[in-house]
Design a protein around this ligand. Structure first.
Ligand code: NDP
Ligand code: GDP
Length: 329
């Protein structure tokens, strides 16, 4: 067991929870940034779900508050910082473009600044996104594919990505950017299409609702499991030289097919339940994302382990259990 200290922003999110569990199992002391909420009991629900809430040291703070970030890093002195915090929902970024810019873009610059000032030897990981490829410039996207962001979220992530590259090149920080394609799990936020579908399937199966309204069923994504993807983050940080990596499964599937698998697993036919509602369409769509994870495989020895069908089954089963428990069924 080593006694390394890791500091995670976004520790209460999907990836923060899985990464914390992964690092605890590796013997790390895990610290996380917690943005204050009047609903503190709800905020830690993912960490509780994984049974690790009491194993993490939480520090009050916000990605938009630079002096607070500097103070907490001076106090914790982590060996590794993982910047996972963001306003992460693409659709909301059109409703809150400036907040998204402040948190998802400038927030990352704040963390980089705090590392540079408080602990420049600390290794840094930035949670970049395949959304930066947006209107794709190549059918399969790698680290060399030009970017074309299609939302305020993607534009903010692109700024954070280039700041990470720039701080590596300007100040010699060990700063890596993981360009992660969509990754899901039972802990995915309910507003994202995969969880919305598996939660809807569970409610329909248990007789609590009849219909599920979705947006663009033809959009295609390269979906993996968050549990697999957090390992790639850690591997990047362990390399002698910091760099940027695409993390993906290398397979792309439509929302319609994801939906079909989820309904089928519950013994249902999506045609009987799914409708398209314009409210869930986007001002500018990312029609297809398809990653090429060759560099991650060759340099990190990383590969996605969970198949799409295994992911769908795990999510549907977890939602069935959650809905039964919540509804006392
Ligand atoms: P989540 O939305 O589940 O988690 C986001 C986290 O950021 C939460 O802990 C949230 O806190 C925190 N946060 C939001 N605003 C602030 C703020 N102002 N100050 C401090 N913390 C804040 O995201 P995921 O876990 O799914 O994703 C992790 C990161 O990876 C994100 O940056 C996301 O954009 C990026 N990413 C995700 C992909 C995916 O498919 N999941 C794909 C590519 C990139 P709270 O709990 O209080 O809301
Ligand atoms: P994103 O790739 O980060 O935007 O992740 P989402 O899960 O939010 O969306 C993935 C794709 O599913 C996008 O192309 C959406 O347009 C599409 N989609 C179709 N219906 C829905 C829906 O009801 N909700 C969400 N969130 N996305 C939907």
């Amino acid at each position: 067991m080593n006694s390394k200290i890791a500091f995670i922003t976004g520790v209460t999110g999907q990836d923060g929870a899985y990464l914390s569990k992964f690092l605890l199992e590796k013997g790390y002391e895990v610290h996380g940034l917690l943005r204050r909420s009047a609903s503190a009991d709800v905020v830690g629900s993912r960490l509780k779900w994984l049974g690790i809430a009491d194993k993490i040291v939480l520090h009050d703070g916000n990605l938009t508050d630079l002096s607070g970030l500097i103070r907490v890093l001076q106090e914790v002195r982590p060996a590794e910082v993982y910047n996972l915090a963001a306003q992460s929902f693409v659709k909301s970024s059109w409703q809150q473009p400036l907040l998204t810019g402040n948190v998802t873009g400038m927030g990352a610059a704040n963390v980089l600044e705090a590392v540079r000032i408080a602990c420049p030897e600390t290794r840094f990981y930035q949670a970049s996104s395949s959304e930066m490829f947006g209107l794709i410039q190549e059918p399969i996207q790698s680290e060399k594919t030009p970017f074309y962001p299609r939302s305020p979220y993607a534009a903010a992530k692109l700024y954070a990505h280039w700041m990470t590259v720039n701080y590596r090149e300007s100040f010699g920080l060990h700063a890596s950017s993981g360009i992660l394609f969509n990754h899901e799990s039972p802990l995915r936020g309910i507003e994202f299409v995969t969880r919305k579908i598996t939660d809807g399937v569970a409610r329909i199966k248990l007789g609590l609702q009849e219909k599920l309204a979705l947006g663009n069923l033809d959009a295609k994504r390269d979906w993996g499991h968050a549990r697999d993807y957090v390992e790639a983050m850690w591997l990047m940080v362990q390399q002698d030289t910091a760099s940027d990596y695409v993390v993906a499964t290398g397979k792309t599937v439509s929302v319609r097919d994801f939906c079909k698998f989820a309904f089928e697993h519950a013994g249902l036919d999506m045609e009987d339940h799914v409708s398209v509602d314009e409210r869930f369409l986007r001002p500018a769509e990312v029609e297809v994302l398809h990653g090429n994870p060759t560099k991650a495989k060759e340099k990190l020895g990383w590969e996605a382990k969970t198949s799409l069908k295994e992911l769908v089954i795990e999510m549907v089963e977890a939602d069935l259990e959650r809905v039964r428990r919540d509804q006392h069924l």
